[in-house]
Design a protein around this ligand. Structure first.
Ligand code: GLN
Ligand code: ZN
Length: 772
């Protein structure tokens, strides 16, 4: 029979219970014991959900109080020394690595002030993991109470025999880095790390685990030979422990492994291989061909990254490609990846329109889908006839719904011409006109859009959403906020103003709510990092803009300002990437629809007298396909085109800005240049000014504002610091092209530090203005 399996379940709980518990613990409002009890309750609840759904193979050790990679750092005794020297309780040491630890000096001990370890995006998802940070001569030691064993036993006691999940040694090391000042290449530590895995596997077997899922997602990357060649020795060792250890399910996801298929051939001693055939169905046959004669294939057909109901017929077809070759006993039906990236349950959505609700499936619903697909393959589709029929009906309803298809949008897309991607004149002509009309000084200062989102703003917004104040009252309130920030900017002496974005709840949701084709949930939270969750809007159909989205606020702001007011939009790629996209049409189509909607907005802003318009694209880079080559080129081509389509409708004298929260452009610089934005504002305060060298090397002619201070911390940079920063930048950029601005929007900051920092920033700009 074909068994159903899940690679990992969301951790937060139905009401973001884990977020609430960890944050209460950090605030000192919950004891450690209470936190641990809450974790235990959530794990039990999640096992039960999967068991009740009928899932055959249920994961354990997929739970984490912060991040599963961080769990492994502690599990292997790889905590950097700066965290271990304070005699913190293990769980506090764990959180210290995740989020830093600050404690004033007391009579019991000296002050502690350690920043967190680096946190980066998990593959191309919006989940962030904590980077293993390793020392020269790093030693590993298995934790005395290994979490995977503890949680396996806990599940067993609760009546569920689970399949523990481990991050594999090659991925653990490859996703890590050498600590500051250390030279070690992490993969060189493999031989030292393997005995710890061996010991852990033996312990899991002693506890009763028959199989273990060992995640090696890095196999989907283009790997340097040293890394690629390390799979063979690693899994010769871990796969040949015989009866002493559980059987291993080697799991890959978020990409295909065809380019590394030779690696697979050296893993034929392992019990099973898992692949993601939602993302890369084309790899199925090749992988089947590379399996060993007894090896099992776990076929990931239920999407762990999106919220759409699985098309049973198509999923079953894929699984049957495998069963026909391998037989039913050598095939598992699985989620494509962990379900961590999907919300908990659709049952919480009380406000969703019934029509679209029927198209979705969150983690709890996906668990059921898996058991139905497994049964259909095992006993034939007739054994689940009702479910199959309901599914086919729902798939059909979505495909033919008016909400999905808007012929007007398609018509407009068909009429896009080449000229629509081009500004009227090249940059030198444009900038000359902009300079004469905007009349900006050298080293112009500006901010990235948002000003502090105060408690008062949130209270008024809530009141308005709940209907406790009228639209007019809310509008008056927003106008007052805009007046305040305009006045503050005047006092600070900034050169290009912003309206402060007080009316925006979130930079993507705000636009989604004003576009057709989007729907919103009330509870569909997904973990982003630690206790932080996001609730991405869902693109269900063709996108269009019924009416202007931002013109009212920008126009009002401009009307009370004595300096240029910058309009502020979220770009097409960011609107797409920070939503759950449709899976029935290509993402490039969706980006193009968003671009057309934004294009209208840009033109309307210009008509309303806004002559500086910023289109933010902080998500451009994370959409970059994981491997270089054709897929990446293709992505960059449509991503750049959609940006250009959104902004190119303006006159030469209107200045287009774009903003990114990073400065690592080295691997896709030509795409950044191809955006043809008049001004780029980028992150640079946390990275090396040397990164700006790429602009010199490529003779980038346009204007750039590399952020001069970090807005993620309340710390106020001194005027001298900002001057030093600008001076460093001038080694790479000409004074004519340099703007002075912070790293990102200021919405998470408080007013006092914001004013102080911007005062120092403006003074630094004035200093350079006098000098040149
Ligand atoms: N304009 C947005 C803001 O200032 C940009 C945010 C971002 O880049 N993440 O908040
Ligand atoms: Zn930013």
């Amino acid at each position: 029979m074909v068994q159903s399996s899940i690679l990992g379940f969301p951790r937060m709980g139905v009401n973001r219970d884990l977020k609430k518990a960890t944050e209460a613990y950090w605030a000192g409002k919950l004891s450690q014991q209470e936190l641990l009890a809450e974790g235990k309750r959530l794990r039990a609840e999640h096992w039960k959900i999967q068991k009740d759904a009928g899932v055959d193979i249920i994961p354990s050790n997929d739970f984490s109080y912060y991040d599963h990679v961080l769990d492994h750092i502690q599990l292997f005794g790889a905590t950097p020394p700066r965290y271990t020297q304070h005699n913190l309780d293990p769980i506090d040491e764990f959180f210290a690595m995740g989020r830093g630890h600050q404690k004033p000096q007391t009579d019991k001990g000296p002050a502690v002030d350690v920043p967190s370890l680096e946190m980066v995006k998990w593959f191309d998802s919006n989940y962030h993991y904590v980077k293993p940070t390793l020392q020269d001569g790093q030693k590993f030691k298995l934790n005395a109470n290994p979490k995977p064993v503890v949680e396996f036993l806990e599940a067993k006691e609760a009546g569920v025999v689970t399949r523990p999940v481990l991050l594999g040694p090659v991925s653990f090391l490859t996703l890590g880095k050498a600590d500051r000042g250390q030279k070690v290449d992490p993969i060189d530590l493999l031989q030292d790390l393997l005995p710890v895995y061996e010991e852990l596997l033996v312990k899991l077997k002693e506890a009763g685990a028959e199989t273990v899922q060992i995640d090696e997602p890095v196999l989907v990357f283009d790997l340097p030979p040293r890394v690629k060649n390390s799979f063979k020795p690693a899994y010769e060792k871990l796969g040949n422990l015989g009866d002493k250890a559980p059987k291993l399910v080697f799991a890959t996801y978020f990409g295909d492994i065809v380019h590394n298929i030779d690696v697979l051939q050296s893993l034929q001693n392992l019990y099973a291989i898992h692949i993601d055939v939602v993302r890369n169905p084309e790899q199925l046959e090749t992988v089947i061909g590379a399996l060993g004669p007894k090896q099992t294939l776990s076929v990931g057909v239920v999407d762990g990254r999106n919220i759409w109901k699985t098309n049973f017929k198509k999923a079953i077809e894929k699984v049957e490609v495998a069963t026909q070759k391998l037989g039913k006993d050598r095939v598992l039906v699985a989620s494509s990846s962990s379900l961590l990236h999907t919300p908990h349950t659709l049952a919480s959505e009380k406000k969703l329109d019934a029509e679209v609700k029927d198209w979705f499936s969150f983690a709890c619903e996906k668990a059921k889908e898996l058991t139905i697909i497994a049964k259909a393959v095992t006993d034939g589709p007739a054994s689940v006839r009702d479910e199959m029929e309901a599914n086919a009906k729902s798939v059909e309803a979505r495909a033919t719904s008016k909400r999905t298809n808007d012929p007007k949008v398609k018509e407009r897309q068909a009429k896009i011409t080449d000229e629509m991607f081009e500004r009227k004149s090249p940059f030198p002509t444009r900038i000359a006109q902009q300079q004469s009309s905007l009349n900006l000084p050298m080293f112009p200062t500006t901010t990235i859009g948002s000003f502090p989102q105060t408690k008062d703003i949130r209270i008024q917004r809530n009141k308005f959403t709940k209907g406790e104040i009228t639209a007019e009252e809310y509008e008056k309130f927003i106008e007052k906020e805009i007046q305040d920030v305009v006045k503050i900017q005047e006092e600070l002496g900034l050169d290009v103003y912003v309206h402060g974005e007080p009316e925006r709840n979130d930079m993507v949701q705000y636009f989604g709510e004003r576009l057709t084709g989007y729907v919103f949930t009330t509870h569909a939270w997904v973990q982003s990092y630690g206790s932080r969750c996001v609730r991405p809007p869902i693109i269900v159909g063709d996108i269009s803009r019924p009416e202007p989205m931002t013109v009212k606020e920008s126009k009002y702001a401009a009307s009370i300002s004595n300096k240029p007011m910058k309009g502020m939009l979220t770009g097409p790629i960011t609107c797409l990437r920070w939503s759950f996209p449709r899976d029935d049409i290509h993402q490039s189509e969706q980006a193009q629809q968003l671009a057309l909607a934004l294009r209208d907005e840009v033109i309307d802003l210009e008509a309303a007298g806004i002559f500086v318009i910023q289109v933010d694209e902080p998500a451009l880079r994370e959409g970059l396909p994981l491997r270089s080559g054709l897929a990446r080129e293709d992505y960059l081509s449509w991503a750049v085109k959609s940006f250009r389509l959104s902004v190119a409708g303006v006159k030469d004298s209107t200045q287009i800005h774009s903003h990114f929260c990073y400065s690592e452009f080295q691997d896709f610089f030509s795409a950044i240049a191809a955006l043809d934005a008049d001004v780029l504002s980028i992150e640079n305060s946390k990275s090396d000014a040397k990164l700006l060298k790429v602009f010199v090397d490529e003779a980038y002619p346009r204007h750039i504002g590399p952020g001069v201070y970090d807005i993620h911390s309340p710390r106020i940079p001194s005027e001298q610091e900002v001057k030093d920063r600008v001076q460093e930048m001038l080694e790479y950029l000409s004074p004519e092209q340099l703007w002075v601005d912070p790293d990102c929007g200021l919405k998470t900051r408080q007013w006092p530090e914001t004013k102080a920092a911007l005062t120092n920033m403006v003074n630094a700009a004035k200093f350079f203005r006098a000098k040149y």
